[in-house]
Design a protein around this ligand. Structure first.
Ligand SMILES: C[S@@+](CC[C@H](N)C(=O)[O-])C[C@H]1O[C@@H](n2cnc3c(N)ncnc32)[C@H](O)[C@@H]1O
Length: 187
C-alpha cells in the first residue's frame, strides 16, 4: 500500500496520479534509478524518460535497474548536469522529478547545489505543459542541504499563483527530515 509517510514514496504517488502512458518526462537526478524506473513504467513504450546524472556510477546503476525491469529502451541516460537539459530536450514535458542530495551508497561529497538545481528547475518549468507536474524531494541533513532547501523555497514561493500551484509537504515536528515541493502548472 502507498506510504504517505515516506517522502520518496509520496513523490511517486503524485507522479503516478499525473503521468500517463505516452508522456515525456525528466528524471533530473538518476542516482540509483528508482525514480527513472517509476517514470519508465508510467510512460510505457510510447513515452520517453530523459535521465540526467553527473556520475558514471549513478548512470550505470540506473541502466542496470532499468535493464532488469526490461524498460531501458524507454529511457535516455544523459551524463551531464540537469542545468543543461535544454541542450538535450526541445519538446514540452509532462513531468520532472528531482531527488536532491548525494548518491546513496556513493560519494557523499558529490551533491546537488542550489544554483544548478534552480537553473534546472527554471528550464524544466519553461518546458512544462499545462497540468504537468514537477516534484522535488529535498534533504537537509548533509552540508549544504539546508541552504539548497531555503533557496528552492524562496524561488518557488515567487512563482505566479495564476500559473502554478506549489505544495510544500513536510513533517512539522522533524526539522531535518526531507521535504517535498510539488509544482503543478494550472495554465
Ligand atoms: C539523491 S541522489 C538521486 C537518487 C535517485 N533519484 C534514485 O532514485 O536513486 C542525487 C543524485 O544527483 C546527482 N547530481 C548531483 N548534481 C547533479 C547535477 N547537476 N545534474 C544531475 N545530477 C546531479 C548525484 O550524482 C546523485 O546521483
Amino acid at each position: 500500500m502507498a506510504d504517505f509517510w515516506q517522502m520518496v514514496e509520496f513523490s511517486h504517488i503524485l507522479m503516478t496520479r499525473h503521468i500517463q502512458s505516452g508522456a515525456t518526462v525528466i528524471d533530473a537526478t538518476a542516482g540509483n534509478g528508482h525514480d527513472s524506473l517509476l517514470l519508465a513504467n508510467l510512460v510505457g513504450d510510447g513515452g520517453r524518460v530523459y535521465a540526467f546524472d553527473i556520475q558514471e556510477k549513478a548512470l550505470s546503476n540506473t541502466e542496470k535497474l532499468l535493464a532488469e525491469h526490461k524498460v531501458l529502451h524507454r529511457v535516455e541516460l544523459i551524463k551531464d548536469g540537469h542545468q543543461n537539459l535544454n541542450q538535450y530536450i526541445k519538446k514540452e514535458i509532462d513531468g520532472m522529478i528531482f531527488n536532491l542530495g548525494y548518491l546513496p551508497g556513493g560519494d557523499k561529497e558529490v551533491i546537488t547545489n542550489k544554483e544548478s538545481t534552480i537553473e534546472a528547475l527554471e528550464k524544466g518549468l519553461g518546458l512544462l505543459k499545462k497540468d504537468g507536474i514537477i516534484t522535488l524531494v529535498v534533504y537537509t541533513g548533509h552540508p549544504g542541504g539546508k541552504e539548497e532547501l531555503s533557496a528552492i523555497l524562496e524561488y518557488v514561493a515567487s512563482l505566479d499563483p495564476h500559473i502554478y500551484n506549489v505544495l510544500n509537504y513536510r513533517f512539522v515536528n522533524q526539522q531535518t527530515a526531507p521535504q517535498i515541493l510539488a509544482i503543478i502548472r494550472r495554465h
